[in-house]
Design a protein around this ligand. Structure first.
Ligand code: 4AZ
Length: 627
């Protein structure tokens, strides 16, 4: 191993170009092909959704992103789980205060609650183990070339510049105590003479960006012939702030150049620059929920978009990410991260630390899962033209009919356990004993043999229900358990999933309504019918001063030919996600007439009531993720 001793007291070590706007001393240097300087800051109005920004979404906003496995989603925010809520399976890990934890999840949940101790290493705690990160520049503590000392190594090592991105730089800065992460990975960095540089031997590091210390990232050693650029970082300090007019204001208070919002890179460190996007730049991937993802997240075998689009159409393009294929993984990353075409060189790569990202995925796979919104494969529905078509057995296994005396006036939606969702205007708590819940009903003139009839235990009307404005038109029906039964029997029913985020479906998405309601000409209907409608935005234009955006949803067709009508109330408007999982997106609520294009059907927006529903039925019953 040949070490190069640097004799200058302070050597100006140029890493790459850096734009002058951060200060006079940052000068443009040689620009390599794969490090083009970013374009001048330009207004990003076409990319950023300003209204959405008011919600101040971050990496902890579970209506936009999935929570970490050591977190759960409560009221739209990922909060820390208690360690005992972690899966038990796993190997022990050690924290920086020398404490051993049964699994990585236990440590992360403990750290989430009490951030003073961080991850140190996988395995047992050793007496001499220590991990440290430092920056080379003696003149300032916020920038420099990064050096690390790994737990089981005795000397400080440099990090290679290739693969060093904002995710890694943010983690390095978090580790050094800069809570807003990094400002840039490029610039002119200095290092002092007592650092020994052997630039052909540097460490590769890969982080996800959520880590709180570089010790959680995966380090590998790679020997390549010739010179290697070294990783440097400029950590964010308010002094380095950009003018408000030329920058994007992150939720954590940091300011980043405008042109770095919606580019798939978590420049803010809290992801707030990637969560309110109308489009994505630099080849990053746009989720329907308005989130930009780095392109490597597409088809990586893990769901990142809340409605799953990043893992659709991946056949043949699945990226192999087994830890054993370190060499190919590295080569692949180099291509996908920089977009540059490097010549393939045979390199020796040795993984030095545990792969905690794989461990995170393993923990995620062990979390409890609920089953909803997936039909038994009886037959495929025969799709016909719009207009309301008769349903076949098994098409709508969540659909129920509410019988009041001898009349069926309303529908309902089975959501699991003993619970049916309906419209508040359909039911009265005092009449609970008059109601019957009919499941698997197709035609109430020609009754099918598998119908199950349930009695009602109680009815919960939303406390904000207003019978005049139809605000909060939502109610829960609890089904009576059969004597000697611990659970409710919904033998032929399958629950529809309850949407936890208002971003799961968007205007223009095609969804399905079903019910026993009247035809357009007020003709009575005895059989269950269904039709496809599109979600409609801007519904106040049809119902001025009567439409409440947050609580209501409009749906219909351009010619109005498909619509819900009298008798469909309380029934479902369901939408299917990219994996064909069915969500109850709306409850038939009201509308001016039926089948008139200028007056679309109005539905209770169920996603707005996830917390209200979970409060009554219990979070685990309806939580698909982030339990
Ligand atoms: C009703 O009276 C009703 N066209 C339900 C839905 C619509 C109109 C009326 C929407 O139950």
């Amino acid at each position: 191993m040949k070490l190069v001793r640097v004799v200058l007291l302070l050597l100006c070590f140029c890493l790459s170009s850096f734009e002058g706007k951060y200060g006079k001393h940052w000068k443009n240097q040689v620009t390599k092909k794969h490090e083009l300087p970013s374009a001048p800051a330009a207004p990003q109005e076409d990319l950023v959704d300003a209204k959405c920004l008011l919600n101040k979404y971050t990496h902890r906003s579970c209506s936009k992103v999935f929570c970490q496995p050591w977190e759960k989603c409560v009221d739209g925010t990922c909060i820390c789980k208690l360690p005992y809520q972690c899966p038990k399976n796993g190997t022990s890990v050690c924290s920086t205060n020398g404490r051993s934890f049964p699994t990585y999840c236990h440590l992360k949940s403990f750290e989430c609650l009490r951030p003073e101790a961080k991850f140190l290493n996988n395995g047992t705690c050793t007496a001499e183990g220590e991990f440290s990160v430092s920056l080379s520049d003696e003149s300032t503590d916020s920038k420099g070339i990064v050096t690390v000392k790994l737990v089981d190594q005795d000397k400080k090592m440099f990090i290679c510049k290739s693969n060093w991105g904002m995710a890694e730089a943010n983690v390095a800065c978090f580790d050094l105590g800069f809570q807003q992460g990094a400002l840039d990975t490029r610039g002119r960095f200095h290092y002092s003479e007592d650092l020994q540089i052997n630039s052909t031997e540097c460490l590769q590091v890969r982080c996800q960006g959520f880590e709180t210390t570089l010790a959680e990232c995966t380090f590998s050693k790679r020997r390549v012939p010739g010179y290697q650029g070294l990783a440097g970082v400029l950590c964010y300090t308010p002094a380095a702030d950009l003018p408000a007019t030329e920058s994007f204001a992150c939720v954590n208070g940091k300011r980043i150049p405008l042109n770095r919002a919606c580019n798939g890179v978590n420049d803010c460190g809290d992801q707030s620059d990637e969560l309110c996007c109308k489009g994505c730049q630099d080849g990053s991937f746009l989720c329907k929920s308005g989130v930009c993802l780095p392109n490597q997240h597409r088809c990586n075998g893990e769901l990142d978009c809340i409605s799953g689009e990043d893992e659709v159409g991946c056949e043949g393009s699945r990226r192999g990410r087994t830890p054993s294929s370190a060499l190919s993984r590295h080569s692949q990353d180099r291509l996908s991260r920089t977009g540059a075409e490097y010549p393939e060189v045979q390199e020796e790569t040795e993984i030095l630390t545990a792969d905690m990202d794989t461990e995170r995925k393993r923990i995620k796979s062990l979390l409890p899962k609920i089953s909803c919104g997936v039909k038994r494969p009886v037959h495929t529905r025969r799709k016909r033209i719009v207009g309301g078509k008769p349903a076949q057995a098994g098409d709508f296994p969540w659909q129920v009919a509410i019988k009041d005396g001898d009349k069926i006036n309303c529908g309902g939606i089975y959501i699991g356990g003993c619970w049916v969702l309906t419209a508040a205007h359909c039911v009265r708590p005092s009449r609970a004993h008059h109601y019957q819940i009919w499941t698997s009903l197709l035609d109430w003139i020609k009754l099918n043999s598998n119908i199950v009839v349930e009695k009602v235990e109680r009815i919960i009307i939303h406390e904000g229900y207003n019978g005049t404005t139809y605000q909060n038109d939502i109610a829960l029906i609890e089904i009576k358990k059969r004597p000697s039964h611990k659970e409710c029997v919904f033998s032929n029913s399958i629950p529809a999933c309850v949407p936890w985020s208002p971003y799961l479906f968007q205007p223009k998405d095609s969804c399905i309504i079903s019910g026993w309601g009247r035809e357009k000409d007020n003709q009575k209907v005895y059989s269950l019918r269904w039709g496809e409608v599109n979600l409609i935005s801007n519904c106040s234009q049809f119902y001025q001063n009567r439409y409440y955006e947050k609580e209501m949803e409009c749906a219909g067709t351009a010619d109005g030919s498909i619509d819900a009508c009298k008798g469909d109330s309380g029934g479902p408007l369901v939408c299917l996600d990219t994996s064909n999982v069915t969500y109850v997106w709306g409850i038939v609520s009201w509308g001016e007439n039926c089948g008139k294009p200028e007056f679309p059907g109005v539905y209770t927006k169920v996603a707005n009531y996830f917390d209200w529903i979970s409060y009554h039925v219990g979070r685990p019953l309806i939580s698909q993720h982030n339990v």
